[in-house]
Design a protein around this ligand. Structure first.
Ligand SMILES: [Zn+2]
Length: 126
């Protein structure tokens, strides 16, 4: 195929080893797991930003859901882990309630994360 094979220690090399049934060396294994962690973190960041934007766009509906979840979860102050988890559940419910509003926000934030992870390579146009 092409001569510009990516060296060991890259995700491309890891995928190449997999395709060719080659043993995975340590450098490639690390590159792959770093990629997976970054991707997972990127999704969480994108989701959190999209949920926050949705809550800011519909403050009254969010306040109502928050109050319901706080009551159900026994949240009495706006701090601590119980509060954070309860608030997150309220945000998730807002997203389920308004899927057509949430979807484009999430798509935009995921696209922003993808650009952060894979900046356009102007040298490698083909
Ligand atoms: Zn390798």
């Amino acid at each position: 195929m092409s001569s510009d094979l990516r060296p060991c220690g890259t995700r491309a090399a890891y995928e190449r080893h997999r395709r060719h049934g080659q043993p995975i060396d340590e450098a490639c294994r690390k590159a792959k797991s770093a990629y997976v962690y970054a991707k997972r973190g990127g999704y969480q960041r994108a989701r959190n930003r999209a949920l926050t934007r949705l809550a800011r766009t519909f403050p009254e509906m969010f306040a109502r859901l928050e109050a319901e979840h706080f009551a159900a979860d026994g949240v009495t102050s706006r701090s601590g882990g119980v509060y954070q988890r309860s608030r997150r559940r309220a945000m998730a419910e807002l997203a389920r309630t308004l899927p057509e509003r949430y979807a484009p926000l999430l798509a935009a934030e995921l696209a922003a994360e993808a650009r952060r992870m894979n900046p356009p390579a102007d040298q490698e146009s083909r």
